[in-house]
Ligand binder design. Structure first.
Ligand SMILES: [Zn+2]
Length: 349
């Protein structure tokens, strides 16, 4: 039986007419990662960017490759600097308001103070570009997979079409989707860094966010880099349904290889808000988890839990300082270690 099957497979027509033929078979691989460093990988879990033999068109499911919104690369700065994007709201104008205490803040002074309210010490939202500029040594940032763009596999529509929402978010942020990934030097140490962008549909995790993070993790694994992901998200992207939920497992699987097979360090940084599927997957999988002070960190929303439990929750519920959090020890704003994951000395070597 097996022999018959093998013979039938070998005689399969390559020209679609059903009869066996002697045409040369295509030698191109069915799976062709966009990033050249992944081309030799046989273990990567990223599942988009598959190409048909002898074709330049990527069979991409919920993802497409969009270069139309990208300006022509500057040969000097394109490989080393964050791409100039349209600024988000807080960078416009002169004044803004603290999300926590409501005090009016002068934006120039706020930026000099690392976006920390000088009245209540609340850490205000920062764009992904600002975070990269704060963390990465100047001139060393190398972005990855900037051209991956979401499709609309479910043809989802609520008040607006999903495609319209994507287009608006892309125009607002200058990004193709809600995360920037890349590599750079952090005080001279090479790291792989992923930064989520809350300004892009609430930092929701769709197929592109999951794919870019998975590729980043796999790149870090192959290159032996420490990994950092700065999380801010409302959770999985409902407009992509099960496609977005699958990203949780995909990213977690790539992280398992990075942490437990390659024995590399992953630092998760939780900023406000980090909720839903991001909390339930890579947000909580860090070897070291660092939370910003007073950051809202949770899974389901406060109102949903109150209605389910039929009781009032404390004011600090779902904040980084909440004693009901998943932390083993440590004050907020310092390194925290998830329960059951002891600190390893070799991280510091
Ligand atoms: Zn404040």
């Amino acid at each position: 039986m097996q022999g018959q099957l093998a013979t039938r497979t070998a005689q399969r027509s390559c020209c679609g007419k059903g009869a066996p033929c002697s045409h040369p078979q295509p030698t191109a691989p069915l799976f062709r990662p966009i990033h050249p460093t992944l081309a030799t990988s046989t273990t990567n879990t990223s599942w988009i960017a598959r190409a048909e033999p002898d074709s330049n068109n990527f069979v991409s499911g919920p993802i497409s490759v969009n270069t139309s919104n990208l300006a022509a690369p500057d040969p000097v700065t394109a490989a080393s600097e964050p791409k100039a994007t349209r600024p988000i709201d807080r960078s416009k104008g002169l004044w803004t308001r603290c999300d926590k205490c409501g005090v009016i803040l002068y934006i120039k002074h706020l930026k000099e103070h690392h976006h920390i309210c000088y009245s209540c010490n609340f850490h205000l939202k920062m764009s992904s570009q600002e975070r990269i500029a704060h963390l990465i040594d100047p001139g060393t940032w190398r972005p990855l997979d900037e051209t991956l763009s979401p499709c609309d596999p479910l043809e989802f529509a609520d008040m607006k079409n999903y495609t319209d929402r994507i287009r608006e978010a892309q125009a607002k942020t200058g990004l193709q989707d809600g995360v920037r990934t890349g590599t750079g030097l952090l005080h001279g140490i090479p790291v792989a860094l992923g930064v989520m962008e809350f300004g892009f549909m609430g930092g929701s995790m769709g197929s592109v966010v999951g794919e870019k993070l998975t590729r980043l993790i796999e790149y870090a694994t192959q290159e032996g880099l420490a990994l950092m992901i700065i999380c801010t998200s409302g959770g999985a992207r409902m407009q992509e349904g099960i496609m977005s939920l699958m990203q949780m497992a995909k990213i977690s699987a790539a992280l398992h290889v990075h942490q437990n097979v390659a024995k590399l360090l992953y630092i998760s940084i939780l900023t406000s808000p980090t909720t839903g599927g991001v909390t339930a997957s890579f947000g909580m999988l860090g070897d070291v988890i660092i939370a910003e002070p007073q950051a809202m960190i949770g899974f389901a929303g406060r109102r949903v839990i109150e209605q389910t439990l039929q009781e009032q929750l404390p004011d600090d519920f779902q904040t980084a300082e909440s004693p009901a959090g998943p932390w083993a020890a440590g004050p907020c704003g310092t390194a925290l270690f998830p329960q059951g994951r002891p600190f390893r000395d070799d991280w510091l070597l």
